[in-house]
Design a protein around this ligand. Structure first.
Ligand code: 5AD
Ligand code: SF4
Length: 477
């Protein structure tokens, strides 16, 4: 389908100004182009979205896939697809390197299939240097957009089809929050729900505030309406998402309590909590609502008060440990998980010993450990005394060993008990087993019929296997 430039102008002029109507208009326009292409090729067109990074990106990818399916593409997990999109992360340097590597490989696929469209979006694209590099060295990329305009995918695709040149649209700062766009879920029975976007904390090592902008909270009614719609569509578990949910503008504990009132929703998770903002109110709401998962992800980052100050974290070693104690004494069966960075500029062996000390005392059920990665533009990138690689590696290994040892003991303390799980999938390694997730996020593998997937079940925890349990199904619920 080939439009004249006059026709294109007319289509663009007629586009509604308001969102989301404007995007639905471009979805319709793209659908016409895709139908014509389908006819020509005698098959459906495929889309493959590859997501790097955090839950926030995973959720954005569901929205992007929702738009693509509305246009007429069918999902594929092969990168030999007609449309390949990388939703990128830039929290650590390694993520960027991987994307460049894979873009090189995609070039070969595109040489074989010149109609293939390659698109890039996400946090990495908010960095000028990245976009410049792609413009120069990866000319086979067709569409680039950032974190503030994912809702405009249909419009950008239309421009790509009609203008045939690299489309780049990156905004410097956040736009309006566009509600009610289509979204496709990876799981029928569980879904992430954004409650806020961006971050105001400016931890000195972190690039997120620069690539995701200042905090914007969604209206409480919009969030609750989305959850009710999800519930009506078969969702029983939701995960409320924000870079720091505790600073949700209209009251996070209240939002949680109201979400817990929705009858069809059986379980509510949330991610992530900044220790400086975790309130007594929140602890009470979790304690009073059995539907709220017994799990708090509470990034520590460092156990040294001195390093925490340099990181701009606004809490001390003692303050963090007191908070952990308070949570554990109020909610006995809670799991506390964390993120820890080793090798922050200026970190001494003594600072690192403080981190190990907190790990011993806090008894984390699990911890994600990261080697500090210098991100240009952040305050820490300019700090003197970046730690040599061999010292960092040695600390990282010691930390990982301690975390693993502690976490195994801690997570396996429920052996012999019967618990409720959400049955999530067929076990990936042993298809004769199902995998269920406990409220505290631990996994249990057990025998049962596949139609239990997506439902709650009661399971006996027979045997602790380090990071998971083997169990026996007692009954479905
Ligand atoms: N280097 C290493 N880890 C980082 N994180 C954020 N920025 C960096 C960085 N520059 C980690 C933090 C955060 C998690 C999502 O990623 O631990 O909690
Ligand atoms: Fe980054 Fe800190 Fe914001 Fe988390 S709270 S996204 S670590 S700046």
């Amino acid at each position: 389908m080939v439009y004249t430039s006059l026709e294109i102008d007319e289509i663009l002029n007629k586009a509604p100004v308001m969102e989301p109507q404007r995007q639905f208009y471009f979805v319709d326009q793209c659908r016409k182009i895709i139908s014509a292409l389908e006819e020509k090729k005698g098959r459906k067109l495929t889309v493959c979205i590859n997501t790097f990074g955090c839950q926030m990106n995973a959720k954005d990818s569901e929205k992007l896939l929702g738009i693509m399916e509305e246009i007429g593409y069918v999902e594929s997990d092969s990168e030999d697809s007609d449309f390949v999109l990388y939703n990128t992360c830039t929290v650590r340097e390694h993520a960027n390197v991987r994307v460049y590597g894979r873009l090189g490989v995609l070039k070969n696929s595109k040489d074989k299939n010149p109609d293939m469209i390659i698109a890039l979006c996400g946090c990495m694209m908010q960095e000028n240097a990245v976009v410049e590099k792609i413009k120069q060295s990866y000319k086979h990329v067709d569409i680039i957009f950032g974190t503030y305009n994912i809702y405009k995918l249909a419009e950008l695709l239309f421009l790509h089809f009609t203008q045939k040149k690299m489309q780049i649209e990156i905004y410097e700062s956040p736009q309006e929050i566009v509600e009610d766009l289509p979204s496709e879920r990876k799981f029928k029975f569980k879904s992430g729900v954004n409650i806020m976007y961006g971050c105001n904390n400016f931890c000195s090592y972190c690039i997120v505030p620069y690539v995701r902008g200042r905090e914007r909270s969604r209206e409480k009614e919009d969030i609750l309406r989305e959850i009710r719609n999800l519930a009506a569509d078969g969702v029983i578990e939701i995960m409320l998402l924000g870079q720091n949910v505790n600073s949700y503008a209209y009251g996070f504990p209240q939002l949680l309590a109201e979400a817990a009132q929705i009858p069809e929703i059986k379980r509510i998770r949330f991610m992530t909590s900044h220790p400086k903002d975790l309130s007594d109110d929140l602890i009470r709401v979790i304690k009073d609502n059995p539907k709220i998962a017994r799990h708090i992800h509470l990034p520590l980052q460092s156990g040294s008060t001195r390093v925490l100050k340099e990181m701009n974290r606004h809490y001390t070693k003692e303050g963090y440990l007191e908070l952990v104690d308070k949570i554990r004494s109020e909610i006995k069966d809670i799991s506390i998980t964390t993120d820890i960075i080793v090798g922050f500029p200026g970190e001494t062996e003594e600072d690192f010993q403080d981190t190990l000390d907190v790990v011993r005392k806090a008894k984390f059920e699990s911890a994600f450990t990261f080697i500090y990665s210098k991100r240009s533009g952040t305050k820490a990138a300019l700090m003197p005394d970046q730690i040599p690689r061999d010292i960092v590696n040695d600390r990282f290994n010691r930390l990982l060993a301690l975390v693993t040892e502690g976490a195994t003991k801690q997570t396996m303390r429920y052996t012999g008990q019967s618990v409720e799980v959400l049955v999530e999938e067929i076990n990936q390694k042993d298809p004769s087993l199902l995998t269920g997730r406990m409220s505290n996020n631990s996994l249990v593998h057990f025998k049962g019929s596949n139609d239990l997937i997506g439902t709650m079940a009661k399971v006996h925890l027979d045997e602790a296997k380090g990071f998971y349990y083997l169990g026996t199904l007692i009954r479905s619920m």
